[in-house]
Design a protein around this ligand. Structure first.
Ligand code: SIN
Length: 280
């Protein structure tokens, strides 16, 4: 247990690469600034934080999220009627696709993608439905100096229409009768984290379609290598949800993947994304 660095919270790492469980915090409460400050520090250190046994209403989730950043609407799906900034992440018993079931960082097809996402578990399958996370600082730092130097100058083109990710939203869009709007954005393949100053890989199989100035065919070989490299098991952790669990991840330094291994069961979570800045 990491106690010495924190006065108000307990931080227990869950894997070598990233992820920590945070104890001693009731997110239903209006937390003092120094507690929120420690949570933010732990989040920057561990990239994804997990809270257990939280009993929070949508209003309380939104209030906690607002202490860390500025909640923003998800561009592809409507939020809850009373809380448009909260997107329900749903897979029903009769559905095959799960939302977010591909390695990605959230909505990198936006010009200004979200800094963070926060997911709160409401209803879960009896087993399965875990979420994996991968540390993209490590993914960058473990490449050779030669490849790092080349990647430092490359720009990736993200699209909301890549089949890998768009199929994971199909059931929800159908249920809502919503149209998708194609979105595209260009971002550096290596970004410097605005708060830690560390470099991280910033591309993902869910949304990165090609390298700017290269054809799709030319991009395919290098992207395939990087997509495989960036999720090496030693860069990852895996979170087993329970009702009342909440995960808070940094989209600038980590990717995630919702595992689709619970057909026939329902899984419902509430997601809030927090506005970020333009990757550089
Ligand atoms: C997401 O990609 O935001 C959803 C992750 C999950 O359902 O575990």
């Amino acid at each position: 247990m990491e106690r010495r660095n924190y006065r108000h919270i307990e931080v227990q790492r869950v894997a070598g690469a990233l992820g920590a469980e945070l104890r001693g915090v009731d997110l239903a409460k209006d937390l003092p600034d120094d507690v929120v400050g420690e949570i933010r520090r732990a989040w920057l250190d561990h990239l994804v934080l997990f809270f257990r046994d939280q009993k929070i209403t949508p209003a309380q989730q939104l209030a906690f999220a607002s202490r860390l950043g500025e909640p923003m609407a998800y561009p592809q799906l409507k939020g809850l009627d009373a809380y448009p900034m909260i997107t329900p992440v749903v897979k029903l018993e009769n559905e095959r696709n799960n939302f977010g079931g591909v390695w990605h960082s959230d909505t990198t097809y936006l010009q200004v993608p979200p800094m963070a996402s926060m997911l709160y578990a409401i209803e879960l399958p009896p087993v399965g439905g875990d979420t994996e996370f991968a540390n993209q600082y490590l993914a960058y730092e473990t490449l050779s100096p030669g490849l790092r130097a080349m990647l430092d100058s490359l720009v990736g083109v993200s699209s909301s229409m890549k089949a890998e990710a768009s199929k994971t939203r199909e059931d929800r869009l159908k249920a809502a009768g919503q149209e998708v709007k194609p979105l595209e954005a260009e971002h550096p393949i290596v970004r410097t984290h605005p708060e830690t100053g560390r470099k991280a890989l910033y591309l993902n199989i869910g949304h990165t379609a090609r390298i700017k100035g290269w054809t799709e065919k030319e991009s395919a070989g290098l992207l395939a290598f990087l997509f495989e490299h960036q999720i090496r098991p030693e860069f990852t952790c895996r979170f087993r949800w329970q009702p009342g669990s909440l995960a808070l991840w940094d989209n600038r330094s980590a990717m995630h993947n919702a595992i689709n291994d619970y057909h026939g069961h329902r899984r419902i979570l509430h997601r809030i994304t927090l506005a970020g800045d333009r990757p550089a």
